[in-house]
Structures are given as C-alpha cells and as structure tokens.
Design a protein around this ligand. Structure first.
Ligand code: AMP
Length: 399
C-alpha cells in the first residue's frame, strides 16, 4: 500500500506549526514552525528527513505566505501525491463537536460562531483553514477540536453557579482544552498499566505554556481545570489561572479597563507575574537553584495549586490508578514533578528519584516506587499524531 501522509496544521495568532505525518507509522517526514507572522522578523524553520533548515519570510508575512512556502516544500520534495488530508487543530468547538469532523461550510460557520469564546485562537485557526483550502483544495480538510474530549463532562462539572439563562442563551459553561493531549496520554497510560482504558481512572496534568489537569474515568473526561476560556484553573506561563471573580470590580475601581484586566490575567500573570523573571520554566528553575526568592515563590504557588487540583479530582474518580505528567514542563521538569508529588503523599505516592531524574527529553516511564496505590507517570504528548490518525480515519470512513 502506498504511504498515506496527513498534513497537520496548528495555527496560532502569529504562528503556524506544521507536520507531515505517516498515518500508519506516525513518523514525521517534515515538521516545522513559522513564527512572528505579521511582524518584521517573520521566519519559518523546518526539519526534513532529520535535517534542519531556516527560511526568512518577507517582513510582515502572514499565514498565507507561510503556507505558500510549505506548499513549495511539499512539491519540491514530491510529498503531495501521498497526502490524503489536511488535519487542523481547532481550539474551541463549543458544544457542537464531540469528535473530529470533515470541514464543510456548516463546520466553518459553527467554528466562527464560537470564536468569541476563544478570540486568540479560533480566528487564527479559521485563517489556517481558509489558506489550506486554497492551497490544497482537492484534499479533505479535517477539524480536530481541543474541546471535544471534554464533552463527556457531566453538567455538575461544566456548569458555573450563574443564572442558568446565561448557559441556555449564551453557552456560558466550562469547556476545557488540551483535550487531544489528555486523550493521547490516557491511551498511553493504559498501555503502561496493561489494563483496558475502560477499567482505569487517571488524572493527567498537561503542563506547558498553558496548563490544565483532567480527571479521566474509564477513558472519558469527567472534569477538567480550564473553563469557558483557557484561562481558568492552574498557574500557567503567563496566565493567572483561578482568581476571585471579585478581583474584576476591584481592579476596575482602580481604573483598569476590561481590556487591561484581560491582558493582565492572560499575558502578565502566572509564572511570569509571580517570578518577575520569565514565563520560561527553565529560567525560573535556574534561579530557584540559586535560591532566588521570587523563583521559589513562583514554583511554590505553581506546584501547590496543581497538587490541590490533583487531590480534588479524586472526588469524581473515586479510585485513582495513575497521575500523568506531560507537556514541556511535565515531560522535563523533575523538580516540579517532585514538588507536586511530595504534596500528595496522602495518596501513598513516593517519588523514585532516579526514575524521576531520568524521565526527560522524550523519555517516558513510571517515576514512583510505591508498591500499592496510584503511580505517577511521565508520558510525552503527541497531539499531531492524534490529529493525523483522526484525519486518516475520517477519510477512510468517507470513501
Ligand atoms: P510547551 O508549551 O508544551 O512547549 O511547554 C513549554 C514550557 O516547557 C516552557 O515553560 C518551558 O520552559 C518548559 N520546558 C521545556 N523544557 C524544559 C526543561 N528541560 N525543564 C523545565 N521546563 C522545561
């Protein structure tokens, strides 16, 4: 059978992440990132068959120009004949999508309708879809939603205690994000535990620039820390996570506009706001080792909030089999994993220092040494692989 490749696109407001993935093996032939789109220093980096290259784009180049370079790359390397679909990461699907779908006019209008709930992400995803349709018109385009995995949450988990009319009339509820990642790592955890996913209960912590934790019962999301937008919940790189809603009127009385409050909570808070150093966990860890008090404070708040969320998610699960760490921080920071697990000794968790130190840079494995009770695992996420698999499956079903 000829190779079947899926082009996976993940459009941010000023970036475009792409990969060409073999739908059978998961191997990446081409992967890359266009950054600073719309800015003077727009550029595109890619890795082809293991070799790295950089292309400087025209100043202020947009997504369409980055996609034009990508099309050229695909054609020059004779990859187009094997392409069977373009899979798009779409951040917010609202309540409309419980799984991935082939994109048509109705899907585009449903994504457009919920754009107000993810103003930083959905408009960029739509730009990517439009550019890809133009460039690869003959290929099926697939939307894979960050929110879809969490559509199994019960109403007691997704409703805010607000007037019910806000939910009915304006879809104000908790949606949750990073669903593709939580789904992927939960499947991998079932393999490590050597049990069917339907028989196990997991808590997965996706810790990257954005952070969320999900309670997964028998393979289904039953609660998650992000809400109507990806701001609720854990401390993140620049996002505050949970704050008292009373803060809004307090800050507005101080003269802060709604836009300024939004910017403060999304871009100036989290690890960056607390540490006053950086949103990059590596920088904060370096300073933590030097006993910098702001770095210690930032990591203490980060880990304490995360441990509290993990402990609280044993409520919907009843029994817990494993805690999963993933994302740039979860996969690499032995310090954060150790600090979090040391706050959870009530569950009998005991960190294995050697295993915890070894689990980084793509290495997965168990990092606890208790013989009974839940274990903790490090599992590198692979959202692109899920997008490629879903896309290939939908194309097969449509034939
Ligand atoms: P992501 O959004 O999943 O790419 O994750 C980005 C975050 O992972 C940033 O805060 C990085 O500082 C963090 N990160 C990446 N590598 C490491 C590492 N070796 N140690 C600690 N944090 C890391």
């Amino acid at each position: 059978m000829p190779q079947q490749y899926v082009l996976v696109l993940n459009c941010g407001s000023s970036s475009l992440k792409f990969a060409i993935i073999d739908a059978q093996s998961g191997n990446e032939t081409l992967s890359g990132l266009a950054e600073c789109l719309g800015l003077e220093n727009a550029s595109l980096k890619y890795k082809l068959n293991g070799n790295k290259h950089t292309v400087s784009l025209a100043p202020n180049a947009q997504h369409a120009q980055a996609i034009a370079v990508l099309v050229q790359l695909i054609n020059d390397n004779k990859l187009s004949d094997q392409l069977i679909a373009v899979g798009h990461r779409v951040v917010h699907g609202g309540e409309n999508f419980t799984g991935s779908v082939i994109i048509n006019e109705d899907v585009i209008s449903a994504i457009t309708k919920v754009s107000a709930l993810a103003p930083l992400h959905n408009p960029a995803n739509l730009v990517g879809i439009a550019a890809a349709i133009k460039a690869f018109g003959s290929l099926p385009q697939i939307a894979v939603f960050d929110t879809a995995f969490h559509q199994t949450m019960p109403s007691k988990a997704y409703l805010y205690a607000l007037p019910y009319s806000l939910y009915k009339e304006h879809s104000v509820r908790r949606y949750g994000f990073h669903g593709t990642s939580h789904y992927f790592v939960s499947g991998q955890a079932a393999e490590v535990l050597q049990k069917p996913i339907k028989d196990i209960n997991l808590i997965s912590a996706h810790l990257g620039n954005g952070c969320s934790v999900t309670a997964i019962k028998g393979g289904k999301s039953v609660d998650t820390s992000m809400g109507i937008t990806p701001l609720e919940g854990l401390v993140m790189g620049t996002r505050s996570g949970d704050v008292d809603p009373g803060l809004f009127s307090f800050l507005s009385n101080l003269g802060y506009s709604a836009k300024k409050i939004d910017n403060l909570l999304n871009k100036e808070s989290g690890l960056l706001g607390l540490s006053q150093l950086s949103n990059d966990c590596r920088t904060i860890e370096e300073e933590y080792e030097k006993q910098n008090p702001q770095a210690i404070l930032a990591l203490d708040v980060f880990c304490y909030r995360l441990a509290k969320y993990i402990a609280s998610y044993t409520v919907p699960l009843g029994k817990l089999d494993a805690i999963i760490f993933t994302g740039g921080i979860g996969e690499n920071s032995h310090l954060i994993r150790e600090k979090v697990l040391n706050l959870l000794t009530i569950f009998g968790l005991s960190v294995d220092n050697d295993k915890n130190l070894a689990a980084r840079f793509g290495q997965s494995g168990v990092i606890t040494n208790n013989n009974s009770g839940p274990i903790a695992l490090v599992i590198p996420t692979n959202e692109e692989w899920v997008i490629a698999q879903d896309s290939a499956q939908l194309v097969k079903e449509a034939k």
